[in-house]
Design a protein around this ligand. Structure first.
Ligand SMILES: Cc1ncc(COP(=O)(O)O)c(C=O)c1O
Length: 413
């Protein structure tokens, strides 16, 4: 931070404060992770200066010899890592990637079937607040209220009545495996495209610790900063036949210039993702999530779907008489960072957020294991059950700090 401290001491202080915050809190946000230090380096590299439009060999500005090599590296490594026929590494985010897929394959007003937000879906899957719902006619499927699992027969019934041009499989807060093969069968019956949005799952898929949607789908999108640990940005994988339309939909359709430093970070994480270190973090992430789900259930918490197959769990706090927001605030005050989350039942009650979502990617990347997950559950339980007892909260805060100090971030990934 040599030059930053000279130019802007205030920002330098904020960077340092954020570093301390990260080091001294437990990050349980399912949509975050700690990236390898080399990812942070490449994201801040000289590639930030270069303005590019177009694709390697077909640019609209001069001086692209090295950035063409960067984008081609990301393309080759990404295709090989995921076994994909085609890849576009330019999307700025997961939402940009989804928009490009919609605009490549659909016409304005076309029907799309996706998972409802309170049941686990994402804003960019046709939520009323998202531009996606203003451009396309979304219908939504839900999980079974008793089991918390996707009801594939209901998706099939809905697909036959709605006749969508695209089905979206994928979620922000669905803790179970998705049967992509089954949804692909349904899509085929109604001649719909299938998009899998594996924003949360990409690292787990890359490490082959959960099944891949890629063989079953026309399009697959993901973000690079969740389980993938690769810095900001999004990626689109697709069948070769859709490649030209996808490229046009990304640039110039939905985006202008792309971020070369982020494409370089994508190339880097695609290289690191075949190494043992990355794979063992992904394995540990799932083991840890399961251990945490078990520990919460033993304490009487209601876990949506009674467990997890991936990196996250969703807890319904209704029976504990705590709202998602108050749990989020109480836990932040003791150094445990997570987010409030709707549970399926909240769909019926406007504005209600009854749960929290917990992700295990970041604590697993720090090296913590199953016994530490049980410790974290104890700490969360004490804090949530005694939000007004200052001495108890201080005890929890100390416990959090001890864990953080035992597992420093620097050098862990
Ligand atoms: C399933 C899913 N899709 C898309 C996105 C959007 O990603 P971004 O915020 O990078 O646009 C997210 C983000 O959390 C997500 O969970």
């Amino acid at each position: 931070m040599l030059y930053l401290s000279r130019d802007d001491p205030e920002l330098t202080q904020l960077v340092s404060d954020e570093k301390n915050r990260l080091n001294n809190t437990l990050n349980l946000i399912a949509a975050e992770n700690h990236s390898p230090q080399s990812i942070l380096e490449i994201m801040g590299s000289d590639f930030n200066t270069k303005t590019i439009e177009g694709y390697p060999g077909k640019r609209f500005h001069a001086g692209c010899a090295y950035v063409d090599r960067v984008e081609n590296l990301a393309i080759e490594r990404g295709k090989s890592l995921f076994g994909a026929e085609y890849i576009n590494v330019q999307p700025h985010s997961g939402t940009s990637a989804n928009l490009a897929v919609y605009f490549s394959a659909l016409h304005i007003g076309d029907r799309v079937l996706a998972m409802s937000l309170p049941h686990g879906g994402h804003l960019s899957h046709g939520h009323p607040a998202s531009i996606t719902s203003k451009c396309f006619d979304f219908s939504h499927y839900e999980v079974n209220p008793e089991t918390g699992l996707i009801d594939y027969d209901k998706i099939r019934d809905l697909a036959h009545s709605v006749k969508p041009k695209m089905i979206v499989a994928g979620a922000s807060s669905y803790p179970r495996l998705i049967d992509y093969r089954r949804i692909a069968g349904i899509a085929k019956e109604v001649s719909a495209f299938l998009l899998a949005d594996m924003a949360h799952l990409a690292g787990l898929v890359a490490a082959k610790v959960i099944p891949s949607p890629i063989p079953h789908c026309d399009f697959v999108t993901f973000t690079c900063y969740k389980t993938m640990m690769g810095g900001r940005g999004g990626v689109i994988l697709c069948k070769k036949i859709h490649g030209r339309k996808i490229d046009k939909a990304v640039f110039p359709g939905c985006q202008g210039t792309s971020a070369v430093s982020l494409m370089a970070a994508k190339a880097l994480i695609f290289k690191l993702a075949v190494e043992e270190k990355f794979i063992s973090i992904q394995k540990k992430t799932i083991e840890n999530a399961r251990a945490m789900a078990m520990a919460f259930m033993k304490k009487g918490y209601r876990i949506i779907s009674n467990g997890t197959d991936n990196h996250l769990i969703v807890i319904d706090l209704t029976s504990k008489d705590i709202t998602g927001k108050s749990a989020e605030n109480c836990l932040e005050s003791v150094g445990i960072i997570l987010n409030r989350n709707m549970v399926p039942e909240d769909a019926k009650k406007t504005g209600k957020v009854s749960g929290i979502r917990i992700g295990n990617g970041a604590v697993s990347a720090r090296g913590m294991g199953k016994s530490h997950m049980r410790q974290i559950v104890d700490l969360i339980d004490i804090a949530l059950m005694s939000p007004a007892k200052k001495d108890m909260l201080t005890e929890v805060k100390d416990g959090v700090l001890k864990l953080c100090q035992a597992f420093p971030i620097n050098g862990s990934v």
